[in-house]
Design a protein around this ligand. Structure first.
Ligand code: HEC
Ligand code: HEC
Length: 278
């Protein structure tokens, strides 16, 4: 074989390998914009598992639904109405994407579904291994005793967690004690990296958590779940009288707050729906 032919075939092989390794174009978009609420193949999260959705639904419907679910719902589209009912109180916010970007995402979903593969986020690895001191550091970030480096709002203004802020933490977001049981590790890390829930996105979209903060908050969430399984209520002191006496009140208080939270949450969502209907 002539030298230039050898060179050419090597080049072709190399390009082929490079192409095979590049993630499909829709993957980054899906990870940043959709993955906090949707899996492809790993089951429902806040929104439905999108595996096979390109076969379940027509392309035109998917294009309009993804851009503005609330519009289709308010027009009485039967599929949209059914989905809204099934996933209430969650609602999918309108998306700012071009038709070409939506096509890229749909191509990715179609490809994964056809190959029977699940979506695996590439940016969902921690930047380093968790060490014991991370839990304490995460605690400081959660409560705001240490400020978030990019100016984000401390988690405690919207969330409670086990014994942190259980009686004083914000109630706009859910209690996070069992977040680590609700989500698999890559899902949870990805939420910290791209929290695409409307309320959280309004804060962290412009003020993302740093890699270091993600490790520390992840460590805290992991730890909260561990300790929550053995000690359901606060037991930092050796005095167990208070928990015993307070237990009943606490249960009632927590149940009440849970209700309040749900209602508030729904209130926010109704607002969002109302606004997007105008
Ligand atoms: C904040 C959470 C959230 C985000 C972010 C989100 N969705 Fe959704 N999605 C939902 C919910 C909830 C539903 C169910 C309908 C409803 O209640 O709004 C849904 C429904 C859907 C459906 C209909 C599924 C079916 O079975 O017909 C598609 C398609 C969809 N989403 C695609 C996307 C894509 C693509 C993105 C990213 C560009 C995205 N979603 C981002 C929450 C979300
Ligand atoms: C401005 C309010 C706000 C702040 C600040 C905030 N969150 Fe959230 N967060 C929310 C809301 C609201 C949800 C619920 C999203 C939904 O269900 O649609 C949420 C959801 C979550 C979830 C998913 C929980 C689940 O069970 O689905 C995690 C994890 C989370 N937040 C972590 C954090 C962490 C860590 C911080 C601090 C770095 C933080 N949040 C700061 C409002 C906030």
């Amino acid at each position: 074989m002539r030298a230039w032919m050898k060179l050419l075939s090597m080049l072709i092989l190399l390009t082929g390998a490079a192409l095979a390794q590049t993630p499909p174009p829709g993957a980054a978009l899906f990870e940043q914009r959709c993955y906090s609420c949707h899996n492809v193949g790993d089951g429902n999260k806040i929104g439905p598992d999108l595996k096979g959705v390109t076969e379940r639904r027509k392309k035109g419907w998917l294009q309009s639904f993804i851009l503005s679910p609330a519009t289709l719902n308010s027009q009485g589209d039967p599929t949209a109405t059914e989905l809204f009912k099934q996933f209430a109180p969650a609602i999918m916010p309108d998306q700012t994407l071009t038709p070409a970007q939506i096509d890229e995402i749909l191509a990715l979903i179609a490809d994964l579904s056809q190959k029977n593969q699940n979506f695996a986020p590439t940016g969902a690895a921690l930047s380093r291994a968790v060490v014991a001191s991370d839990v304490q550091a995460g605690h400081q970030l959660f409560t705001g005793s240490k400020a978030l480096s990019n100016g984000g709002t401390a988690c405690i203004s919207c969330h409670s967690m086990k014994d942190i802020g259980a009686l004083g933490g914000g109630m706009l977001g859910p209690d996070l004690t069992l977040a680590n049981a609700r989500y698999r590790d890559p899902e949870l890390i990805s939420i910290l990296r791209h929290p695409n829930f409307p309320t959280m996105n309004s804060v962290f979209g412009a003020h993302p958590l740093s890699d270091e903060e993600i490790v520390q908050l992840f460590a805290l969430l992991q730890d909260a779940r561990k300790t929550a399984q053995t000690t359901p209520f606060t037991s930092d002191t050796s005095d167990y009288k208070f928990p015993l006496i307070g237990m009943g009140t606490l249960v009632i208080a927590l149940a009440g707050m849970n209700l309040t939270w749900k209602n508030r949450h729904r209130g926010v969502r109704e607002e969002i729906v109302k606004r997007s209907k105008i």
